[in-house]
Ligand binder design. Structure first.
Ligand code: FES
Ligand code: FE2
Length: 392
């Protein structure tokens, strides 16, 4: 027999947004429960996250060096919204809603280089800056003025080569969202790094499952027992932060982007203080994780696609002078090996968790002392999903 709490369908039928349902998550860590299972499975909960979180905050969408030349573009879909990002000139990047102003087709797909975007449906053509350049046969449409039918621009900002979009014209600037993260990472010189590989995965799990996993080391001895667990070092500690991010710092020897015993590159010369002694793993809320270690950085970029679907992009960045070494292509394989083993380990366990949580017998659990950021993340989400205000 099922006892409290009610099953997701019963809960949805009443209200899943009553704060009392989340009292267990709101308690201090030592007494706290995990999020109720429906937070990872319910369409209504997911829609509320899209409305109150993802369409209000700065969302990471990759590196600027993906589109180095004027006319280079890429497209993506973020929480169901098709987006087009283009380098409109040597110094300017733009983002648009990838929706034609005639009858709404996608204007561009995939990625590439072009001088203008021609809609595949009736050939309305848009400049790289989004103006409608030509619209065949529209001369008989009374009062039609091309000037009023450019692509809809979206806010796009860049920090140190990392691109972020925002769907909300009223949101504060990106610097407000990032807080002290640029300062904390200053000695990594991420602006001088080059993205050398992007790898994509489709995951059958809720985005929060993946974020929570990345921000706790409790699972490492189990999930990564024959890989990352062999790396020695102190237990990770949660960082003090300012801005919309949290982080774990781990002190250790060597690079955390390599498996024990593998050859790597020298440390980043400019690293100083604490950053020279270990690795920082920031989560930029809501769903972007960085791994900043002593010789490189990688990111985990999540595109939520529904309550139980998430697209993952993993990017790997190294200092430009390292990428220019003659032995780069050979040695970087050791780093790729580490990511290509450990990331699928996390992917697999995240999908197992989604399956277990989808059961009508799933119940809120309890958190260990090693999961302070799981608790912080869940409360950050609840503040917005249950709160009356927007994300900031
Ligand atoms: S929908 Fe784009 S030109 Fe018709
Ligand atoms: Fe992991």
């Amino acid at each position: 027999m099922l006892d409290e709490p009610a099953s997701p369908s019963e809960i949805e039928a009443s209200s899943i947004f009553s704060p009392e349902l989340y009292a267990g998550v709101r308690r201090p860590l030592a007494e706290a429960e995990t999020m109720p299972p429906w937070c990872y499975t319910s369409t209504a909960f997911y829609r509320r996250e899209v409305e109150r979180i993802f369409t209000k905050v700065w969302n990471f969408i990759g590196r600027e060096d993906r589109i180095p030349k004027p006319g280079d573009y890429f497209t993506l879909e973020f929480v169901g919204i098709p987006i087009l990002v283009v380098r409109s000139s040597a110094t300017e990047l733009r983002a648009f809603a990838n929706t034609c102003r005639h009858r709404g087709s996608l204007v561009a797909q995939g990625e590439g280089n072009c001088r203008a975007f021609r809609c595949p449906y009736h050939s309305w053509a848009y400049s790289l800056s989004g103006e409608l350049l030509s619209a065949p046969e529209m001369h008989a449409s009374a009062g039609f003025d091309r000037k009023n039918y450019g692509l809809i621009p979206l806010r796009l900002e860049c920090w140190a080569g990392f691109l972020f979009i925002n769907f909300d014209d009223d949101a504060p600037p990106l610097s407000h969202h990032l807080g002290d993260l640029p300062e904390v990472l200053a000695s990594h010189r991420v602006e001088d790094m080059v993205c050398v590989r992007r790898k994509e995965y489709d995951l059958a799990c809720n985005w929060k499952i993946y974020v929570e996993n990345a921000m706790e080391a409790y699972h490492v001895p189990t999930v990564h027992r024959s890989t990352l667990q062999r790396q020695k070092g102190a237990p990770p500690e949660a960082q003090q932060t300012r801005g919309q991010w949290v982080g774990l710092f781990k002190e250790h020897q060597g690079s955390r982007a390599l498996l024990t015993g593998d050859a790597g590159f020298p440390p980043i010369k400019s690293l100083d203080g604490k950053m020279a002694r270990g690795s920082l793993y920031p989560l930029i809320y809501p769903s972007t994780m960085f791994g900043c270690t002593i010789d490189c950085m990688w990111w985990l970029e999540l595109h939520p696609q529904g309550p139980d679907r998430t697209h993952l992009v993993v990017g790997s960045c190294f200092p430009r002078e390292v990428v220019e070494r003659p032995d780069f292509a050979e040695i970087v394989q050791n780093y790729y090996k580490r990511w290509d083993i450990s990331i699928p380990e996390d992917n697999a366990v995240s999908e197992l968790q989604q399956r277990g949580l989808s059961s009508p017998f799933a119940r809120p659990g309890r958190l260990a002392h090693m999961e302070p950021l799981v608790h912080a993340i869940d409360n950050w989400v609840l503040d917005r999903v249950l709160g009356v205000t927007g994300a900031y």
